[in-house]
Design a protein around this ligand. Structure first.
Ligand SMILES: CC(C)(COP(=O)(O)OP(=O)(O)OC[C@H]1O[C@@H](n2cnc3c(N)ncnc32)[C@H](O)[C@@H]1OP(=O)(O)O)[C@@H](O)C(=O)NCCC(=O)NCCS
Length: 178
């Protein structure tokens, strides 16, 4: 996968995860879940062992319609992007997207680089014809980000999430590959 630089010209690299990344990806996912209020689970709810995460990464890498990407700088993971492909004949052309960037690295172009890598992969994939995602309705930063990436708002799951005593609508966004 391509080597890229962010908006501040500091280099980062995007590559497929391997089972060796299991421990680091668990720590990263727990960290970003704590850092931002727009996640679909709480940090303490993510109880995945290193062995389970290794098996998950292996499964993702074996899958024809899934992808597990890592963005890293010289010292650490700065972002993760995944596509989880549909598991049935009738939805194997679809993938569910998730992107997380560590807070200190927001707005440096890393999310865009991950999305471009996913877009390139989807365009070449003989399977993927649609990518969708869910985002909290009050997550303006992410909605602007996905719109810029060509995603269209397709619907709203009213009260789709419950966070700290408050219901939040969840927006469904999608992009179709012809
Ligand atoms: C949303 C997210 C993935 C975007 O990634 P990023 O690396 O920060 O974004 P980029 O630097 O590539 O910016 C791309 C576009 O996103 C939007 N964006 C990024 N940061 C923004 C901000 N602080 N406010 C508003 N829009 C913003 C802009 O449209 C931007 O384009 P521009 O630079 O031309 O203005 C990232 O900020 C993130 O992980 N946020 C927290 C977790 C989250 O909300 N994940 C998505 C849940 S579904």
């Amino acid at each position: 996968m391509k080597i890229d630089g962010n908006k501040n010209n500091s280099p980062f690299r995007i590559r497929k995860a391997t089972p060796k990344d299991a421990g680091k990806t668990i720590l990263f996912i727990k960290k970003v879940a704590k850092e931002h209020p727009f996640g679909f689970f709480e940090s303490r709810e993510f109880k995945v062992s290193v062995e389970e995460q290794k098996a998950y990464i292996r499964k993702m890498n074996r899958s024809r319609n899934s992808l597990f990407l890592i963005a890293e700088d010289a010292s650490e993971i700065v972002g993760i992007g995944t596509i989880v492909g549909g598991s049935r004949k009738r939805n194997q052309h679809t993938g569910e997207l998730s992107i997380s960037i560590s807070k200190k690295n927001y707005s440096k172009g890393i999310g865009t680089a991950i999305l471009e890598a996913i877009n390139d992969w989807a365009k070449l994939s003989p399977f993927i014809k649609r990518i969708s995602l869910k985002v909290f309705a009050d997550n303006r930063q992410a909605i602007a980000f996905y719109k810029k990436g060509g995603f269209i708002k397709e619907g709203c799951i009213r009260r789709g999430a419950f966070v700290e005593g408050r219901f939040i609508d969840v927006i469904i966004m999608g992009k179709v590959y012809l």
